[in-house]
Design a protein around this ligand. Structure first.
Ligand SMILES: CC(C)(COP(=O)(O)OP(=O)(O)OC[C@H]1O[C@@H](n2cnc3c(N)ncnc32)[C@H](O)[C@@H]1OP(=O)(O)O)[C@@H](O)C(=O)NCCC(=O)NCCS
Length: 175
């Protein structure tokens, strides 16, 4: 996978930009304090940045290293810069990191409602290997409120996804 945008480790100066993207993209955003704490840890937090817009980060990912696998904890692209290949570049970097550390897999957990994220992962060679129910507690019982999809990238043998008709229709690629 060819990297088009430079990917660099997060530096403290850019934490506020990333926190702003978290607020724009997620219902449960990480705060600047959370991100600063992560910056000081060994987990790798990286972003790709555009060379045209004030050298500010426009996409980022949060990774956690395990012994045999790398977890993609978070990935996000600023809404004004989506569909320009930034998230693909970040995943390309994650793949290089995993290969360099001889990790076998990269894993990611995505909610069923996050279709762009699912398509992104599939386009980068991930495949969905498990699904889990998400539960919500009510007064009387825990009820299923959605599904989580568990994606895996096999570093030695990446999956080649061919989008099906339903997926292409949902993505507006065909009618
Ligand atoms: C998912 C997300 C990170 C993708 O970022 P991006 O920088 O736009 O992704 P890319 O430009 O690298 O897209 C690569 C491919 O993924 C697929 N894709 C990404 N977004 C898509 C969308 N909205 N609709 C359809 N396909 C999409 C396409 O196949 C795309 O290739 P193409 O543009 O050549 O068709 C971004 O939409 C985002 O920040 N979403 C909100 C946060 C989120 O859901 N994060 C994931 C869970 S942690």
């Amino acid at each position: 996978m060819k990297t088009r945008n430079p990917v660099q480790p997060l530096i403290r100066r850019h934490v506020e930009h990333v926190a702003e993207m978290e607020r724009l993209l997620f219902d449960d955003p990480l705060t600047a304090d959370d991100l600063t704490a992560i910056c000081g840890q060994k987990s790798a937090l990286s972003y790709s940045w555009t060379t045209t817009e004030y050298h500010a980060p426009v996409a980022y990912m949060l990774l956690e290293h395990g012994r045999t696998s790398l977890s993609l904890m978070r990935i996000g692209t600023h809404p004004d810069f989506q569909r320009k290949g930034h998230a693909t570049d970040l995943i390309g970097q994650a793949i290089k990191l995993a290969a360099g550390r001889k990790q076998k897999y990269i894993t990611a957990m995505v909610s069923e409602s996050m279709l762009p994220a699912q398509l992104l992962l599939r386009s980068c060679g991930f495949r969905c290997t498990k699904t889990f129910n998400e539960y919500e507690s009510t007064r009387s019982a825990d009820v299923v409120c959605g599904s989580l999809l568990w994606f895996r990238y096999d570093v030695g043998q990446p999956y080649r996804h061919v989008p099906g008709i339903r997926e292409r229709m949902q993505a507006g690629l065909t009618t």
